[in-house]
Ligand binder design. Structure first.
Ligand code: NAP
Length: 244
C-alpha cells in the first residue's frame, strides 16, 4: 500500500513541485486547491501519469470548516494521511505605515491560522496511526525579518514556533514535525519583482542564483522519508546560503 501525502495549495509553484516529487517517489497524493483552473487539471494529469492515485480537494485553508470537510474527504478515500505538507501561503507586502488591518489579518489567517486549521484536523488520524510526518513551509524572512513584510514575516515566524511546540507534543506518538525555510525561490510569488531587482537579490546570495521549486521539494522529500527518522522540531533553510 502506498504512503499518502497531502499537500495544501498544490496546483502551482512549490506545492505543485512537492506533489510531483512525492508522486515520482511512489506516494499517493491528496492535493488541496482553492481555485478551479487549468493549473489544477494539468497537475492532476501529471500526478496520475506517475501511476499513483490523486485526489484533489477544494477549500480555503483559512476556513476551519473547509479544512474539516476536505480532511474527511481524504480519509474517506485513502483511510490515512502519512505526510502533511502545509504549503498554502500568500503575501500582501507593504510598509507597516501603509498596511491596512485586513492586509495583516489576511496573511496571518492563510499562512498561520491555515497551518493550524489543517494540522488540527489531520493530527488525530496520525495519533491513532502512531506515525506521521508534518512539514511546514516557513520562510527565511520568518527568521531574519524583511522590510515591507511585517505580516508575512510574523506569519512565517509563527509557523516556526508552531512547528517546534507541536514537535514536542507529538514526538512520543512517532510523529515528526519540521519546517523548511526557503529563501528566494522562482515561482509566481516572486514573479511580481522586476528582473533587475531579482538579479540584484541573486547577487547577494552566496550561491549566486534564485532557488527552484525542486530545490525545496527535494528537502521535503527527505523530511518525509525514513532517512530523516531522527530529525524533529527543526527548521531547514533552503536559501543558497543567504542567511548564514
Ligand atoms: P504561489 O506560486 O503563489 O502558490 C501559492 C499556492 O497557495 C497557490 O496554489 C494558491 O492557490 C495556494 N493558496 C493561497 N491561498 C490559499 C488558501 N487560502 N487556501 C488554499 N490554498 C491557497 O507561491 P509559492 O512561491 O509556490 O509558495 C508556496 C509556499 O512557499 C508559501 O507558503 C510561501 O509563503 C512559501 N515560500 C515561498 C518563497 C518564494 O520565494 N517563492 C520563499 C519562502 C517561502 P490559488 O491558485 O488558489 O491562489
Amino acid at each position: 500500500m502506498n504512503k499518502v501525502a497531502f499537500i495544501t495549495g498544490a496546483t502551482r509553484g512549490i506545492g505543485k513541485q512537492i506533489a510531483m516529487v512525492l508522486a515520482e517517489n511512489g506516494y499517493d497524493i491528496a492535493l488541496n486547491y482553492r481555485t478551479e483552473n487549468d493549473n489544477l487539471r494539468e497537475t492532476i494529469k501529471e500526478i496520475e501519469s506517475k501511476n499513483v492515485k490523486c485526489l484533489a480537494v477544494k477549500g480555503d485553508v483559512s476556513s476551519y470548516e473547509n479544512c474539516e470537510t476536505f480532511v474527511s474527504q481524504i480519509i474517506n478515500k485513502f483511510g490515512k494521511i502519512d505526510v502533511l505538507v502545509n504549503n498554502a501561503g500568500i503575501t500582501k507586502d507593504t510598509l507597516l505605515m501603509r498596511m491596512k488591518k485586513e492586509d495583516f489579518e489576511d496573511v496571518i489567517d492563510v499562512n498561520l491560522v491555515g497551518t493550524f486549521n489543517v494540522t488540527k484536523n489531520v493530527i488525530s488520524h496520525m495519533m491513532k496511526a502512531r506515525s506521521g510526518r508534518i512539514i511546514n513551509i516557513s520562510s527565511v524572512v520568518g527568521v531574519s525579518g524583511n522590510a515591507g513584510q511585517t505580516n508575512y514575516a510574523a506569519s512565517k515566524a509563527g509557523i516556526i514556533g508552531f512547528t517546534k511546540s507541536l514537535a514536542k507534543e507529538v514526538a512520543s506518538r512517532g510523529i515528526l514535525v519540521n519546517a523548511v525555510a526557503p529563501g528566494f525561490i522562482e515561482t509566481q510569488m516572486t514573479d511580481v519583482l522586476k528582473d533587475e531587482i531579482k538579479e540584484k537579490i541573486a547577487e547577494t546570495i552566496p550561491l549566486k542564483r534564485m532557488g527552484t521549486a525542486t530545490d525545496v521539494a527535494n528537502v521535503v522529500k527527505f523530511l518525509a522519508s525514513d532517512d530523516s527518522s531522527y530529525i524533529t522540531g527543526q527548521v531547514i533553510n533552503i536559501d543558497g546560503g543567504m542567511l548564514m
